[in-house]
Design a protein around this ligand. Structure first.
Ligand code: UDX
Length: 437
């Protein structure tokens, strides 16, 4: 099939490459010329494991191309919308400018029988509104909403082997002709057993925001338990292991630490609350305000613990922060809890050095006032305290004896509860976890 992918960011670039991998002819369209030049040369514009190799492989087949020219959509029968829906400045609601612009740019190039497939995370009701626009334009094309659940750092495998496929269609019917067409796009994953659910448009939109809200709630739940463990002298990691063995609860997403960040969970729960308010159902989601508040409290807690670790004052203390990305295997620093903590510490008088294997350029663009160091060893040298804030494998594997020889004071805050406390203590470190005695 010939497929258009509009928006070549974290979602669209991966989606375009994966659709070509599934055997389709794909054109990726984006307004950012640099991004298009990079992708056309098989350079991933961001760090995502496996994406560079995949781009090289599919570009070589000639099935994948990238352009800034929206008219390249002409001739495709399926058009995916993969643009961003960031948080509006100064508001909780989602900014739909890019989604609306994508539809406007597509309309002149749609042929009867085409399908337009939204993948971006949007407030419930958006798809029906856009379906109305398409109907008004008398295009004889159908709109579906097919939310994307990929995780950064696992984006390629999540796209090629998703947990589930959700198709929202106007009448919610399996028999809808657009469903058959989308089935052809995903024939590969469907044949290998991926469950596929057909819903109406609002349900499909809600599946995505509900899933992200559940995940955010799970993380804030365990972080609230960490606060309690701190107060009671208990260990949240053992607590999570024990409750996680109940398979109704499950151990995944129960890692207490500095909280969630990134381009999705924080803004998605806020946009969800804003939308519920517009629908007159705000009470249903007031608990998400608490989920958000618990999450933001983690950052303050780390600053306070660091102050304690430094003997009561941050003034002039040399603090090394390991990890700037919002999670490992990503160079994404959007709403990164680690960087927000680093900036707070610096504001309160500490001299902060941040290191990260992939995210330093992005971090420096966002927080130019912080000091950045590429090499872990250099970053550790003469530190008064070390904070592990993003659990990259290379930081988890640091030898505590070697590290102790580099720092000026062996004090460590494990913001992700991933280090072996006994081992670090045996190497002479003052070890502090979050919610651990
Ligand atoms: C998330 C959803 O998982 C994905 O399905 C959706 O499509 C987009 O949003 P992503 O933002 O890539 O994906 O990251 P995710 O792996 O969900 O992690 C989010 C944040 O939660 C990270 O900052 C991570 O460090 C944090 N986290 C995760 C915890 O603090 N504890 C955990 O147990 C798990």
């Amino acid at each position: 099939m010939r497929i258009t992918v509009i928006g070549c960011g974290y979602l669209g670039a991966v989606h375009a490459a994966c659709m070509a991998k599934l055997g389709h002819e794909v054109v990726g369209i984006d307004v950012d010329e640099r991004k298009i030049a990079d992708l056309s040369a098989a350079r991933a514009p961001f760090f995502e494991p496996g994406l560079g190799v995949l781009l090289e492989e599919v570009l070589e087949t000639g099935r994948l191309s990238f352009t800034t020219d929206a008219s390249a959509a002409r001739g495709s029968s399926v058009h995916f919308i993969c643009v961003g829906t960031p948080q509006k400045k100064g508001e909780n609601a989602a900014d739909l400018t890019y989604v609306d612009a994508a539809i406007t740019s597509l309309i002149p190039h749609i042929a009867p029988g085409d399908i337009i497939v939204g993948k971006s995370t949007v407030p419930v009701g958006t798809a029906s509104r856009l379906a109305g626009t398409i109907e008004e334009a008398q295009l004889e094309a159908h709109l579906l909403w097919n939310p994307e659940f990929l995780r950064e750092g696992h984006a390629v495998s999540d796209t090629l082997h998703p947990d589930r496929l959700v198709y929202g269609v106007a009448d919610g019917s399996e028999e809808h002709e657009a469903v058959q067409l989308l089935d052809l796009v995903y024939a590969g994953p469907i044949e290998s057993g991926t469950p596929r659910l057909v819903t109406d448009l609002p349900t499909a939109e809600l599946v995505k925001t509900a899933a992200n809200s559940f995940l955010a709630t799970k993380i804030s739940f365990i972080n609230a338990m960490a606060e309690l463990c701190d107060a009671a002298g208990a260990d949240v990691t053992l607590l999570a292991d024990a409750i996680g063995l109940d398979d109704r609860i499950g151990r995944k997403f129960l890692n207490a630490g500095i909280g969630f960040g990134g381009g999705c969970l924080p803004k998605d729960i806020r946009a969800f609350m804003a939308r519920a308010g517009e629908l007159g159902a705000d009470q249903a989601l007031t608990f998400l305000r608490e989920v958000d508040a618990i999450n933001m409290r983690r950052r303050t807690r780390v600053v306070e613990l660091t102050r304690e670790l430094c003997g009561g004052s941050l003034m002039g203390q040399r603090i090394t922060v390991l990890g700037a990305a919002f999670k490992p295997n990503s160079d994404d620093v959007r709403d990164s809890p680690s960087l927000s903590i680093a900036a707070q510490l610096q504001l309160q008088g500490a001299v902060v050095t941040v290191t990260d294997p992939e995210a330093l350029e992005n971090a420096a663009r966002r927080f130019p006032e912080l000091h950045y160091e590429k090499f872990t060893e250099e970053a550790l040298r003469r530190a008064d305290a070390v904070l592990l804030l993003t659990e990259w494998r290379e930081y988890v594997e640091i030898d505590p004896f070697d590290a102790a020889r580099l720092v000026s004071s062996a004090k460590l805050l494990d913001g992700r509860n991933v280090l072996d406390a006994a081992k670090w203590r045996a190497a002479g470190w003052t070890y502090r976890g979050l919610g651990r005695p």
